[in-house]
Design a protein. Structure first.
Length: 102
């Protein structure tokens, strides 16, 4: 594998990690909606600011509320998983690495 391939794999690993961290942020924010936390809490505000733009984007194109349950986090998580798998496969193809390296 060339130096360019190694750099691509390194950057791909960073993107893969960021996608996983954002998935966990969405999961934590969705779980917090069940307990009604204090909106003045700085952690709740950060989670809201990180997740609400993605929720608004999904809600604009797909009706996500069914019987009072908002499925926007689920749609985003599935979408991020698909993007992660496609991106990883594409990156391995471009870098010329075996598919099980990451």
């Amino acid at each position: 594998m060339s130096t360019f391939g190694s750099i691509l794999l390194g950057l791909g690993g960073i993107v893969h990690s960021l996608i996983n961290v954002y998935i966990w942020v969405i999961i934590i924010a969705a779980l917090l909606t069940w307990v009604r936390p204090d909106p003045a809490n700085p952690i709740v505000q950060v989670l809201y600011r990180l997740t609400e733009p993605a929720y608004a984007l999904v809600r604009r194109y797909i009706p996500t509320v069914f019987n009072g349950i908002d499925l926007a986090p689920l749609v985003i998580i599935v979408g991020l998983q698909i993007v992660d798998v496609v991106f990883t496969r594409l990156l391995f193809a471009v870098a010329g690495a075996p598919a099980g390296m990451m």
